[in-house]
Ligand binder design. Structure first.
Ligand SMILES: [Zn+2]
Ligand SMILES: [Zn+2]
Length: 1007
């Protein structure tokens, strides 16, 4: 027999102990002609799904395994021979992870008893229980260890692992191991303990090792591998190394042939749903949908019935009725408890989801594409995202745990990977570069795309190379924000589990892509503060006006909503409030709900990268003719003026022009959204172009269209998702327009949220006639409240006042209002610092009207928290009262916002002298006019799509000013641009289609 299969191989998912991705290893294995490859990362199967997929695509047999750390620190390699062995491997890893401390999994030998079925063990590297003792010269101990493993696994399932890395002791060690194996009648297997795909990978691996030990390469010297032999070797190279042990080579192929595990669980994944005995899940689903149909479609039902019939049929064919019922059950639970919930994602394409109240967007009214949600050809589970009121999501998660049992529910993990800046820090540290230099380099990457030119000399050359290589590799695990995995069989036999940082929470070792590709059920239960604010606003409206607004029943044509949108008057509204959105709104001038859907979808990296935003707005404004790459695209792209805005359009274009089936088209979309399957994309491109050419499209046109699709799909929204967001945006705009005070109150109670800090939200509300009142010791509650139509700030806004202090004030107040500063102090005994903050916030204005005097009085009150001396005779001292300006500064300092004014008012006189215009003046300024503007920085952005341009939003007492900073202008005064406080910017007014910007020429501060 000839050939070799590598059975001991680490990927980057050995977390800082492997320098290549599973895909790189598989690619290299294919180049070398290996028939099979095992992935054996430390104590985990993190990379197993990616590895499995990549290997299958290359025609290489994937072997799923792991290198376990035993209780005494020794290493043991386990390979899954069968599905039962795979389940045992998952259970063993889970137990080692969950019973060890976090990030320190330990497997006790005893646990293996009874759990070795279907597993093949290799005795491991130099740290294996046998090799380790041999290296220490303890032959008897080695023999005993091997005997013990033999008893546990049996002679058919244990191989003595032989490694040769050209080290001094290797020849002797191999001879010893071979002799022991013969002694006990055990076979041997060769392995190279691979840690990188190519020899050159050793350098990156050394750096990762240094990072793992939180040291420089120099300091980590003793932890580094002794040479660069730990790469994936060819059968010839291995043949030369193991010429004396031909069986050890042949056995790798024998083991490879025995191992056959497919990582695809769909059939067994669904937890059962309760249905009546005479019913199947499909019947139950149909019954629920039919019952809901007349309510959702009171008038014309024909089209709805047809669509329902079609969808139920696809759901029946794909066996997903149970899944739909599962989601329905969670939504039902939330609604019964009065927890706000909205479904989004591709589910909103489905009438079934609409009827089950999983989503609230009518797929028929908005011409949504069901195939984006589900098709008979798709190999993977559909995705449904549910947003819940942020404060009550935990109740829903607890319900899921209770309903399906802890053993069946786990949170999806997330791999935190190296990005530009973290890569600079860790590589810089490993190479021992000066910390200050590394730090400023990392900081500069906030504003730059790549490393500066100078970073390529000497050691920096190597730095740059490693910096590039390390990006995208996983650094550690975290928990996904809301992904939950729910399974019928206990989870720990399907995927390994480990501890999350949050105490008591358990995560599965796969991220959302892994879970999805393995066919496990995943639900995203996310929290959305907007929904909390919406719910609170609805309650306030009910209290103040006696009406409960039914958002489901809102007509989608309210003029006040469109009026606000057209003026880009959207601060505090969901999704459409950001600077980029506002600038688009004045060009878009939305007139109907579909316009909002487009608006939400188009200000996204996808359309921006695809260079589609600009043409779209030009066409929208009638400045450019609407054209199509080919006339067959007209029906698909007509509603978006010939431009691709939605993922569904990608699917339709692939079907119409490329001749794809719906399922194929969806596979194309998935491939595009994952950024890593270059070769797969090439195949799709070829297929698309051939399909188009066969329909008479020119090759050039087809290529161009495909490039547009590819550029777009990775970041684009699906229309259903955008529609679901647009509906929530509409709801918030409606509430904001008709109940501004209630909406402001609710918004202020759910900060931080959205694009702007509370002071901008409050300032904007004030400009819309909402009265915002300062904190008041006798009238405020813990949160903001409505009082006589005005918004009263809550105690929670006062810096330093925590729950305990607030509770103390409220408890003391139960016995009657506070009568004076002294009375307040006596009854609450709050620390002096907090009382000061309350004074500065304006909370005690009733008693003196002058905050400086109150502070002074407080200073004379000699008291501690438990002891008060309250003699306070007026000694006739005359203090200069606080100016209004000083009061405002104090309020901003302790509450983050000024209730009855704006800090910029204080400096306006001086700004006037400096010739600075207000944001209001800009409305009447002429395009090209030179101006100075000033304000506090609200946001500072340098989007990667903007090629070095930086965008600032300044706020003054009248509103916001948008400033554009060219790259050269930014570089000249970088420190000033990123500084804090009030900025004074000089530049030229730019006016175009209703939007006003200042193109900056320079910046200064206030003298
Ligand atoms: Zn090892
Ligand atoms: Zn290893």
């Amino acid at each position: 027999m000839n050939g070799y299969a590598e059975l001991h191989c680490h990927s980057c998912f050995s977390l800082l102990d492997g320098a290549s991705t599973p895909e790189m290893l598989v690619r290299r294995a294919a180049e070398l002609g290996l028939p099979a490859l095992a992935l054996t990362d430390h104590n985990g199967l993190y990379g197993a799904v990616r590895f499995h997929t990549a290997a299958r695509e290359r025609g290489i047999r994937p072997i799923i395994g792991a290198e376990m750390t035993l209780a005494d620190g020794a290493h043991l390699v386990l390979l899954a021979e069968t599905r039962a062995g795979y389940a045992n491997l998952c259970r063993l890893i889970s137990r080692a992870q969950l019973e060890g401390s976090k990030d320190n999994a330990r497997l006790k030998m005893g646990w293996l008893r009874g759990w070795t079925e279907g597993l093949i063990a290799l005795t491991g590297c130099r740290q294996g229980p046998v090799a380790r003792t041999l290296l220490q010269g303890q032959r008897d101990k080695a023999l005993a260890a091997l005997q013990r493993l033999k008893t546990l696994f049996g002679p058919e399932h244990l191989y003595v692992e032989l490694q040769h890395h050209l080290l001094r002791e290797d020849d002797a060690l191999l001879a010893d191991l071979a002799e022991l194996s013969e002694h006990l009648g055990l076979p041997t297997a060769a392995a190279n303990n691979v840690h990188y795909a190519y020899r050159e990978g050793y350098r990156l691996h050394d750096v990762l090792t240094a990072i793992r030990h939180n040291a420089s390469l120099h300091q980590a010297q003793k932890h580094l591998r002794p040479n660069s032999e730990f790469f994936l070797k060819s059968p010839e190279e291995m043949g030369a190394l193991f010429a004396a042990y031909p069986d050890a080579l042949d056995n790798t192929l024998r083991i490879a042939r025995r191992c056959n595990v497919d990582l695809h669980f769909r059939a067994e994944a669904l937890p059962p749903q309760p249905v009546a005995t005479h019913q199947t899940p499909d019947q139950r689903l149909a019954e629920l949908c039919r019952a809901a149909l007349p309510k959702r479609y009171p008038q014309d039902r024909n089209a709805a019935e047809r669509q329902l019939h079609h969808e139920l049929r696809v759901i029946w064919e794909t066996h997903l009725a149970g899944y739909c019922l599962l989601v329905w059950d969670i939504v039902r639970f939330a609604e019964e408890r009065g927890i706000q919930v909205r479904g989004r994602g591709s589910a909103a394409n489905s009438i079934v989801a609409y009827l089950l109240r999983i989503t609230n967007v009518d797929p028929l009214a908005h011409n949504l594409l069901f195939e984006r949600f589900l098709s008979t050809e798709a190999r993977v589970m559909p995705d449904i995202d549910l947003d819940f009121c942020a404060r009550r999501r935990e109740e829903v998660i607890q319900y899921v745990y209770e309903r399906y049992g802890e053993a069946h529910v786990g949170m999806v993990c997330n791999y935190v990977t190296y990005r530009k800046r973290s890569a600079v820090r860790d590589v810089g540290k490993a190479l021992g570069l000066p910390p200050d230099t590394v730090d400023s380099l990392a900081k500069s990457l906030r504003w730059e795309d790549g490393l500066p030119e100078g970073v390529s000399q000497g050691i920096w050359n190597e730095f740059r190379a490693l910096w590039e290589q390390i990006q995208g590799l996983p650094r550690h695990l975290s928990i996904h924000v809301g992904g939950m995995c729910i399974t019928a069989k206990p989870l720990n036999g399907l995927v390994p589990l480990e501890r999350a940082t949050m105490p008591g929470r358990v995560v599965v070792q796969w991220d959302k892509d892994g879970v999805e590709d393995a066919g496990l059920i995943k639900l995203d239960l996310l929290s959305l503060r907007t929904l909390s604010a919406v719910e609170e606003c609805l309650q306030l409206v009910e209290q103040n006006h006696g009406i409960r607004i039914d958002l489901d029943a809102l007509p989608l044509d309210d003029p006040a909503v469109y009026d606000a949108l057209q003026r880009a008057d959207t601060i505090g509204a969901f999704q459409v409030e950001s600077r980029a959105q506002q600038q688009a709104l004045v060009k878009m001038k939305p007139r109907c709900f579909t316009d909002i859907v487009v608006e939400v979808a188009i200000i996204r990296p996808g359309p921006l990268l695809g260079n589609m935003v600009h043409p779209f707005f030009r066409r929208r404004q009638g400045l450019e003719r609407v054209t199509y790459a080919h006339s067959m695209l007209k029906p698909i792209l007509e509603e978006t003026l010939g431009v691709i805005v939605f993922q569904e359009q990608v699917i339709r274009v692939a079907m119409v022009m490329g001749g794809f089936t719906p399922g194929e088209a969806d596979l194309l979309r998935r491939a595009m959204s994952r950024h890593r399957a270059e070769e797969e994309m090439r195949a799709f491109r070829e297929r698309f172009v051939l399909g188009a050419v066969s329909q008479g499209v020119s090759r050039k046109a087809a290529e161009r269209v495909f490039s547009q699709l590819a550029g777009f799909a990775s970041y684009g929204f699906c229309k259903s998702h955008a529609a679901a967001f647009a509906k929530t945006a509409y709801d918030t705009l409606y509430l904001r327009a008709h109940y501004p005070a209630e909406y402001t109150c609710a918004l202020l109670n759910h900060q931080p949220m959205g694009f702007y800090p509370p002071r901008v939200v409050a300032g904007d509300a004030q400009r819309h006639g909402v009265k915002v009142l300062p904190v008041h010791v006798n009238r405020s509650e813990d949160r903001c409240t409505m009082q006589d139509g005005a918004v009263r700030l809550g105690f929670a806004y006062v810096d330093g006042l925590g729950e305990a202090a607030i509770a103390r004030i409220l408890k003391a107040r139960e016995k009657g209002v506070f009568l004076s500063l002294a009375d307040f102090c006596r009854r609450t005994r709050l620390p002096r610092r907090l009382v000061e903050n309350l004074i500065l916030a304006g909370g005690m204005d009733d008693w003196s009207g002058d905050r400086r005097r109150s502070l002074w009085e407080l200073g004379r009150l000699r008291y501690t928290e438990n002891e008060l001396s309250l003699a306070l005779p007026d000694n006739g001292v005359r203090l200069k009262p606080m100016t209004h300006g000083e009061e405002l500064i104090g309020e901003v300092a302790v509450t983050g916002l000024a209730a009855e004014g704006h800090v910029m008012e204080l400096v306006r006189d001086r700004l006037d002298q400096m010739g600075v215009s207000t944001s209001r003046d800009l409305e009447t300024a002429k395009s090209g006019e030179r101006v100075k503007v000033a304000g506090m920085v609200v946001v500072r952005q340098a989007p990667p799509t903007a090629k070095g341009f930086v965008f600032l939003t300044l706020e003054d007492e009248h509103g916001l000013v948008n400033v554009i900073v060219r790259p050269d202008v930014f570089q000249q005064q970088k420190a000033a641009w990123v500084g804090s406080g009030i900025l004074v910017v000089e530049g030229r007014v730019q006016k175009a289609s209703g939007r006003v910007d200042v193109l900056a020429e320079g910046v200064g501060g206030m003298q």
